[in-house]
Design a protein around this ligand. Structure first.
Ligand code: HEC
Length: 109
């Protein structure tokens, strides 16, 4: 019994490693994920989508400012995963959330 479970866990870890490596190899996936899941609120340039700002207010929609830059990846990933204020918890996988954040960070440079 215990042996079988052990093999399954190793198999799952291997699988998870493979998929994240495959996603990581695609440099454009962060951009695609961001545009699909985040730009509707934060805008393609990360400065906030105007229409959304009118709907929910512009507080927090600019994510390329110094306020955001100062925060750690850990802090921001937690916020993306759990949601904050008017931002809903993301339905993306953890790996996709990282990529979308990576792209958002790249907009701030
Ligand atoms: C429904 C609109 C909406 C969507 C979709 C959305 N956000 Fe947000 N986001 C917000 C709002 C509103 C805030 C401000 C939260 C607050 O006031 O606490 C925010 C805050 C943030 C912050 C924190 C900025 C800071 O300095 O604290 C980051 C980073 C962020 N969003 C990234 C993302 C990413 C990446 C995605 C896509 C996976 C995403 N957001 C999707 C509305 C949204």
């Amino acid at each position: 019994m215990g042996h079988k479970i052990g093999i399954t866990i190793v198999g799952l870890m291997f699988w998870a490693g493979m998929t994240s490596a495959a996603i990581g190899a695609d440099a454009d996936s962060g951009k695609a994920l961001y545009e699909k899941s985040c730009a509707g609120c934060h805008g393609a340039d990360g400065k906030g989508n105007e229409k959304m700002a009118k709907l929910i207010g512009d507080k927090g929609l600019n994510i390329v400012g110094t306020e955001t830059k100062k925060k750690s990846d850990e802090q921001l990933l937690k916020l993306i995963a759990e949601g904050s204020g008017k931002m809903p918890a993301s339905k993306l996988t953890k790996e996709e959330q990282k990529q979308a954040l990576g792209y958002a960070r790249s907009l701030a440079k």
